[in-house]
Design a protein around this ligand. Structure first.
Ligand code: ATP
Ligand code: MG
Length: 300
């Protein structure tokens, strides 16, 4: 099914926000039913949370989507794949104090994945942490054979234990992000409801297409989630409308409002489901989790 092309150029600049028309779009909009409980776990669907634009809500979405998927009984592994370690910090882990991180799995053959995975405060959600060591991996991997598949090899032994693996990417389209795309079943794109947000999405989609063609034929786009939405301003409403015009059914119904609760959760080191369980932010991520579960089930 084709994804609708934009009909109205609108007020938001975009290089060419229209996605390619075949294979990666075309999912039916999920009605977000309450997910059925699982009678067994695994093998996991791997979702890369990616956008090369910085500060759009990738890490916040990985943490809170992970926590809400866990609330729905899914076993979740969060992979911190950004040398900044923001996802680890957001879950109350001090990255510099870690003895082992995802970097060890990528570079050394001695480390076992289950020695690196640590539990989080959220039942059913574990973390593969990262710290600044990961920045060296990009350099170290360059000379490796099969360098794009290092993360895939590293997490392969873990997939049987989880239902969803969320990989939090750094804001670039470098080798680490390519590794995440090369091992993912799908990509979740957080898109900030800001004037320039559509710039760069065409490049991201182009990169996803190339990875799908050359490295990972199963890769698809899970969807685009609008973040930092402020319903009081005409501006963000316009931007979201423009995103829906451009990407149609790829856009999740769930929309994440801009609220100070999210920065607060980072300081608290826990997901919004624990910090403010009844807040609209927590409800929005529960809505997103229901849609993600439905789309990933339909894609299998
Ligand atoms: N819905 C929201 N409302 C308000 N603030 C938010 C929201 N989502 C995220 N933030 C805040 O915006 C900042 C950037 O968010 P986040 O770290 O999730 O983005 P990111 O895309 O992972 O950034 P980077 O590209 O640097 O990895 C953080 O301070 C976070 O707390
Ligand atoms: Mg981040």
């Amino acid at each position: 099914m084709s994804t609708p092309r934009p009909t109205n150029p609108g007020p938001v600049p975009a290089d060419d926000p229209s996605p390619p028309e075949d294979h990666i779009g075309g999912r039916h909009r999920a009605s977000a039913p309450e997910p059925a409980p699982l009678s067994f776990h695994g093998p996991a669907r791997v979702i890369a949370v990616a956008n090369q634009k910085g500060g759009v809500g990738k890490t916040t979405s990985a943490i809170n989507l992970g926590a809400t998927l866990a609330e729905y009984g899914r076993r979740v592994l969060l992979v911190d794949f950004d040398p900044q370690g923001a996802l680890s910090v957001g879950l109350g882990v001090q990255p510099q104090q870690l003895e082992r991180t995802v970097h060890d799995l990528l570079i050394s053959n001695d480390s076992k994945p289950d020695e690196v995975v640590i539990p989080t405060k959220v039942p059913g959600m574990d973390l593969l942490p990262s710290n600044i060591d990961l920045s060296a991996a990009e350099v170290q991997l360059v000379t490796e054979v099969g360098r794009e598949h290092a993360l895939s090899r590293a997490i392969q032994p873990l997939l049987a234990d989880y239902d969803m693996v969320l990989v939090d990417c750094q804001p670039s389209l470098g080798l680490l992000t390519i590794n995440a795309l090369a091992c993912a079943d799908s990509v979740l794109i957080p898109l900030e409801c800001e004037y320039f947000s559509l710039r760069g999405v065409a490049l991201l989609i182009d990169t996803i297409e190339k990875v799908r063609a050359r490295l990972n034929p199963k890769l698809s786009i899970s969807g685009i989630v609008a973040t930092m939405y402020d319903p009081r301003t005409v501006h963000t409403r316009e931007v979201r409308t423009r995103v829906v015009e451009a990407f149609g059914e790829l856009v999740y119904d769930a929309t994440i409002n801009r609220t100070v609760k999210f920065p607060e959760t980072t300081v608290a080191g826990e997901p919004i489901t624990r910090w403010a369980p009844t807040s609209s932010g927590a409800q929005a991520y529960r809505h997103l989790a229901r849609e993600v579960i439905a789309r990933e089930a339909a894609a299998q």
